[in-house]
Design a binder for this molecule. Structure first.
Ligand SMILES: [Cu+2]
Length: 127
């Protein structure tokens, strides 16, 4: 099992904030929300491309602006379920926003400002 950590920054309310490449993965932070929401939650949407010849899995994420970050899927009814991991098929990419996934920021420690960049640490493995 190969574990790798990527650190990227996602900009609140902005598009195509940053990109990081490692281990055949290309991660783009598309969008983050959660500016001053009353329930102290937010969402980050990534596009992850996998150029390797094997699938990669996103297992977890962390950010200093939130108490924890969970991987969620939004179902047809709008209900969210927590996932253990997200598969990025080989030679393919996942657009989390289009595919109904997001990284949920839970317990935001402060208000996020529009355009602000927030650090995100992502943990991937190839099995
Ligand atoms: Cu969620």
């Amino acid at each position: 099992m190969k574990l790798s950590w990527l650190t990227i920054s996602a900009a609140a309310f902005s598009l195509a904030a940053s990109a990081v490449c490692a281990h055949g993965l290309d991660v783009r932070a598309d969008w983050a929300s959660g500016i001053g929401t009353a329930d102290k939650t937010g969402a980050v949407y990534l596009t992850i491309a996998n150029d390797a010849y094997h699938p990669e899995y996103l297992y977890s994420a962390a950010s200093p602006v939130a108490e924890r970050v969970e991987l969620h899927r939004t179902g047809p009814s709008g209900a969210m379920t927590r996932l253990d991991r997200l598969e990025i098929p080989f030679s393919d990419s996942v657009d989390m926003r289009k595919a109904g996934y997001h990284l949920m920021l839970i317990g935001l420690k402060r208000r996020l400002r529009p355009g602000e960049r927030i650090p995100l640490e992502l943990r991937f493995s190839d099995d």
